[in-house]
Design a protein around this ligand. Structure first.
Ligand SMILES: Cc1cc2nc3c(=O)[nH]c(=O)nc-3n(C[C@H](O)[C@H](O)[C@H](O)COP(=O)(O)OP(=O)(O)OC[C@H]3O[C@@H](n4cnc5c(N)ncnc54)[C@H](O)[C@@H]3O)c2cc1C
Length: 463
């Protein structure tokens, strides 16, 4: 090893971790340093003090102990899909959980236990073998833990709610170095905070959550040329106003880049589309979506598929990309909001964004149960998310500016709150919660991480 070394105090102890870990530690100057520090979002340049790849909870506890003793922070990362809000990670040990990949499906109990580095693409097929579905998000390579701690809105969301509400237990290392289990019987404050409060409170080493008996869904996408965006989005808006909870859908404007990896019918073209998943028989779903079909889409992929097939529906990139994006929550989507959206991101707008989507919320997402956690429900009708490819700093700035412009255009309908998982800028975390919840989260943080050792993508400071 040679070259750049950790500049912050405690370098010798960081090196000393090497002998204590079942996993691996990589420091600046090691041959695999650049690969180790890379996040899924290739536009983010992370420069932590060291990167640790734990294999057991004790590895994580050792890192937390050393960091705490030397005034360093510890940032857990499953994939780095949400690396952007954390920035360069100065004075921080990055804990990458990618080697902790065990998945256990307990089909009779309809529950799963996964280790911290498990991706949705690891769990969904394993559950599908038993006719069960997880509350997975749109992308197969998003980490289960990061997604779930931030809330988790997936294709079954209006029927079965937020992923965080389905959590049954978490095994975790607290900021004061203890290995704990948080569930309905133990560590109630931590169990509450982890369910929607994000990754500030403890480093999760394993998560247990409910599975649902959804073997098949009627799902797919309908595509029209982007010039028809207003007509399509108005029709979708009217359709979802009376949709049952079994239907989760989104309206979207997409400009596919002219890149060879984009399949032929989409490459370099722009579309208005509706993506939908119906938890019920095909005949019912088809009848529900018939008003959209009557608009004569150019492509129509609606079909009965296994719940596993939902991982392809949103066409998320299958490999790491450089991107920038951001989102907000909308109370409603009246006709004026559709016009504003089409004006800022539709044909002729000059938008550099690859995708601007509006997800329909409500249904089970709007229903809070007293047993839920810090994000018991979402008090908004729709979630807006805008994203673009950020190949260099100038393009990134342009994408960020247009994502902000898109939010500004829809500001009259904003709830004033954001959804943690769709927030890619460095935000004030109080914007995700009501005042009482945020105050309680800060007290929980003070209880479990009084020295503020753990850094999340949207870190909540201790009270
Ligand atoms: C292509 C794409 C598609 C997406 N689709 C959806 C979607 O359909 N629905 C949705 O709700 N969100 C979606 N998201 C947002 C996604 O859920 C968040 O970016 C989430 O934070 C990703 O989790 P991760 O573990 O993959 O990312 P990471 O960047 O690795 O983690 C994000 C944060 O999660 C916390 N965290 C991760 N691991 C741990 C751990 N072991 N212990 C404690 N905290 C931890 C940390 O605070 C970390 O900073 C999508 C994002 C992308 C880029």
């Amino acid at each position: 090893m040679s070259g750049e070394r950790a500049g912050t105090g405690g370098t010798a102890d960081i090196e000393g971790l090497r002998g204590r870990l079942a996993g691996e530690i990589v420091v600046p100057g090691d041959g695999d340093w650049d690969a180790a520090r890379q996040a899924w979002n290739l536009a983010v340049d992370q420069h932590p003090v060291a990167v640790v790849f734990p294999e057991v909870a004790e590895d994580v506890a050792a890192v937390v102990e050393v960091a705490g003793a030397h005034g360093l922070k510890v940032a857990p990362q499953g994939t780095g899909h949400s690396a952007a809000p954390m920035g360069p990670l100065e004075g921080t040990i990055l804990v990458k959980t990618s080697r902790m990949r065990d998945v256990v499906i307990d089909a009779p109990a309809t529950r799963a236990r996964v280790q911290a580095g498990v991706l949705w693409g690891d769990v969904v097929p394993a559950a599908a073998e038993h006719g069960l579905a997880a509350l997975a998000g749109s992308a197969k390579d998003v980490g289960v833990v990061g997604y779930t701690l931030g809330g988790g809105i997936g294709w079954l969301a209006r029927r079965h709610g937020l992923a965080c509400s389905g959590v049954l237990a978490a095994e975790a290392v607290t900021g004061d170095g203890r290995i704990v289990r948080a569930d309905g019987d133990s560590e109630p404050d931590l169990f509450w905070a982890l369910r929607g409060g994000g990754g500030s409170f403890a480093i999760v080493t394993a998560l247990e959550f409910a599975l649902y008996p959804v073997a098949e869904v009627y799902a797919g996408a309908l595509y029209w040329p982007i010039e028809r965006a207003a007509e399509v989005l108005h029709a979708w808006r009217e359709l979802v106003a009376a949709a049952p909870d079994e239907l989760t859908s989104l309206g979207r404007l997409m400009q596919f880049p002219p890149m060879p990896e984009v399949p032929e019918p989409f490459r370099g073209r722009a579309f208005a589309l509706v993506e939908a998943a119906y938890c019920g028989p095909e005949a019912e779903g088809a009848l529900l979506l018939q008003p959209l079909r009557e608009l004569g889409p150019e492509m129509d992929t609606l079909a009965t598929m296994s719940a596993e097939g939902l991982g392809e529906l949103h066409m998320d990139p299958p490999q790491p990309v450089p991107f920038a994006g951001d989102g907000t929550l909308l109370s409603e989507l009246p006709a004026e909001a559709v016009e504003a959206l089409v004006g800022v991101a539709g044909a002729g707008s000059g938008s550099p964004l690859v995708s601007v989507e509006v997800r329909h919320l409500g249904g089970a997402l709007a229903t809070a149960s007293p047993s839920n956690g810090a994000l018991p429900s979402i008090d908004a009708g729709f979630a807006l998310y805008a994203v673009g490819i950020a190949t260099n700093p100038e393009v990134k700035a342009d994408v960020e500016a247009h994502a902000a412009r898109t939010q500004d255009a829809l500001a009259p309908w904003s709830t004033g709150r954001s959804f943690l998982n769709f927030t890619e800028r460095r935000a004030d975390p109080s914007e995700f919660f009501d005042a009482a919840t945020y105050a309680r989260l800060r007290r929980v943080k003070a209880g479990y991480d009084p020295q503020d050792v753990i850094r999340g993508n949207h870190s909540i400071p201790p009270a």
